[in-house]
Ligand binder design. Structure first.
Ligand SMILES: Nc1ncnc2c1ncn2[C@@H]1O[C@H](COP(=O)(O)OP(=O)(O)OP(=O)(O)O)[C@@H](O)[C@H]1O
Ligand SMILES: [Mg+2]
Length: 405
């Protein structure tokens, strides 16, 4: 099977999915804007063919290139696991008459109002919501929905331009800051814990699922630099307190008629236990989330996805052994990393449970924590017991300090 893979070298997880495809016997044809020399080895070694394009966003040019590839090497599937390319991939499938998600099936995964409209029709609990393109429409929506509320881009990612608004004055403060966003979603603010529901499906059947817990909520983690945000892949996604989200997740996939590939849903568990839908993407989560799924089960989710896509099955045995937490660190101070404190004593205390240390080296320039959740690096810890996992993750949050200057 020849699989056209959109942007095999970027973002960071893509090379592993490409590797997975090659491992299950697919011939992977990459299309991307990186020079082949700049491609991570993992991807380069797995590609049967690579076509470099000037821009990934010039749809007519991409279509012409892909038609050429289809004639020369043959294409059986088009796969894109990167949010900004989802619609383009759907359009390519339609134009080439290939199986997989159509434009019509993709839009509800991209447009946050359309998404909630479909789910509302199917009786799924979404936050009260409205679409707004002008300041006047935002004010009107606020009146209708009530405070506190959330204003966020219709096609957002990474919590960019997302604001909690507590009253009329707050709304007036936020409106000028979102003037550059063409269309926003105004939503009832849901107070609760935030979780994911991630799946690999084939032919409309769930072959693998994962629930991860965000500590704290992504909005808080991305608004406060001092926080070390955690994502925890839970060993027991079937715990009774998660049943509302798990059930909702299955209903959501049905309502959107999802067939084959990776999905990443986010949902809230309110303090009274009610599950409320957040959002869903037809792609895997980023920011090391797939890696912690792997660490939780000593499993290879990357090739699991590839097998599901190419062969409609997932044959690796799944044994949920651990809770696995990734903790993202942000340095204190600006500039280059000067020193790292606390790592030694953390390793003495939790050594065998720390499965990955991926911190920027001394001398490296700090990353922009607003732009990338990867921040200045991360640790991954795992333990069969959830309380022990959370304790370690919190210790990494408080006791590991990176200094820049
Ligand atoms: N209705 C809501 N109530 C409470 N918090 C919300 C609401 N909508 C969004 N948020 C907060 O803002 C964050 C970002 O919103 P959302 O997930 O819709 O956008 P995104 O930018 O696509 O996210 P991602 O970071 O997953 O790419 C959420 O994770 C949550 O913390
Ligand atoms: Mg989100």
């Amino acid at each position: 099977m020849n699989v056209l893979f959109f942007s095999p070298g970027f973002p960071a997880e893509m090379p592993h999915f490409v590797r997975g495809l090659a491992e299950v016997g697919a011939r992977v044809i990459g299309i991307g804007d990186q020079p082949l020399e700049a491609m991570p080895d993992t991807a380069r070694n797995a590609l049967a063919y690579y076509e470099r394009v000037e821009s990934l966003w010039d749809e007519p040019a991409i279509l012409a290139t892909v038609r050429g590839l289809a004639d020369r090497v043959g294409i059986d599937r088009v796969e894109c696991l990167w949010e900004p390319g989802m619609l383009l991939a759907a359009s390519l499938r339609e134009k080439l008459g290939l199986p997989g998600m159509t434009l019509g099936q993709t839009v509800p995964f991209r447009d946050k109002e359309e998404m909630k409209r479909v789910l509302d029709r199917n009786g799924i609990r979404t936050p009260r919501h409205a679409r707004a393109t002008t300041a006047a429409e935002c004010r009107q929506a606020a009146e209708h929905i009530g405070f506190p509320l959330i204003v966020k881009p219709i096609a957002g990612a990474g919590s960019a331009d997302t604001y909690r608004v507590d009253g009329e004055k707050g709304l007036e403060d936020v409106l000028p800051r979102i003037r550059h966003v063409p269309e926003v979603s105004v939503e009832e603010f849901i107070d609760g814990e935030e979780y994911t529901f991630d799946t690999i499906c084939a032919g409309g059947k769930i072959l693998y699922y994962n629930i991860a817990w965000y500590r704290p909520s992504p909005l808080l983690g991305r608004s406060n630099e001092w926080i070390s945000p955690q994502t925890v892949s839970l060993r027991n996604p079937d715990a009774p307190e998660l049943a509302g989200g798990l059930g909702m997740g299955k209903e959501v996939l049905k309502a959107l008629d999802y067939r084959t590939g990776f999905t990443h849903m986010e949902w809230f568990r309110k303090h009274d236990g009610e599950a409320v839908f957040g959002e869903i993407g037809a792609r895997p989560p980023g920011a090391r989330s797939v890696d912690i799924m792997n660490y939780a089960s000593d499993f290879d989710v990357f090739s699991g996805w590839a097998e599901a896509v190419c062969h409609g099955r997932l044959s690796q045995p799944l044994e949920r052994r651990y809770n696995a937490a990734v903790i993202f660190k942000r340095a204190l101070g600006q500039g280059r990393i000067q020193r790292i404190e606390g790592l030694h004593s953390l390793l003495q205390r939790f050594g065998p449970h720390v499965v990955e240390i991926d911190l920027l080296p001394i001398g490296a320039q700090r990353r922009d924590w607003k732009q990338t959740l990867r921040s200045d690096g991360n640790l991954i810890v795992r333990h069969p017991d959830l309380a022990a996992t959370l304790e370690m993750a919190d210790r990494v949050g408080t006791d590991l300090q990176i200094f820049a200057g």
